[in-house]
Design a protein around this ligand. Sequence first.
Ligand code: FES
Length: 121
Amino acid sequence: MDLYAEEIVAHYEHPHNKGRIDSPSASFHDYNPICGDDVTIYLDIKGGKIADAKFEGVGCAISIGAASMLTDFLKGKSLHEVKEMGPKTIIEMLGIDPGPARLKCATLSLRAAQKALEDKR
Ligand code: FES
């Protein structure tokens, strides 16, 4: 297995930041109706930055691996930075291009994080 794929599987098997934040500043539940995967992102915001990020959910190795990596990655980022993130950020974070069919898996948690910030306004 290639090194990056191994890292995704390691995050899937031992996800970082799994769980919920009590009284989060923002949260959003997102769902992929095609496969049934779902993720809820919880964000704690302090001084315009992500102070903490956690997630709950079930899904494939890419969706859960990406949620684990993303919640690590988001900490310390400004709200503007999070809003500007796109698929390219996720592909760089994963270290592989999952291809068009799996891009939805890889970006499920990012979309949830961005919708959580939109809802907060
Ligand atoms: Fe459902 Fe990956 S198969 S998000």
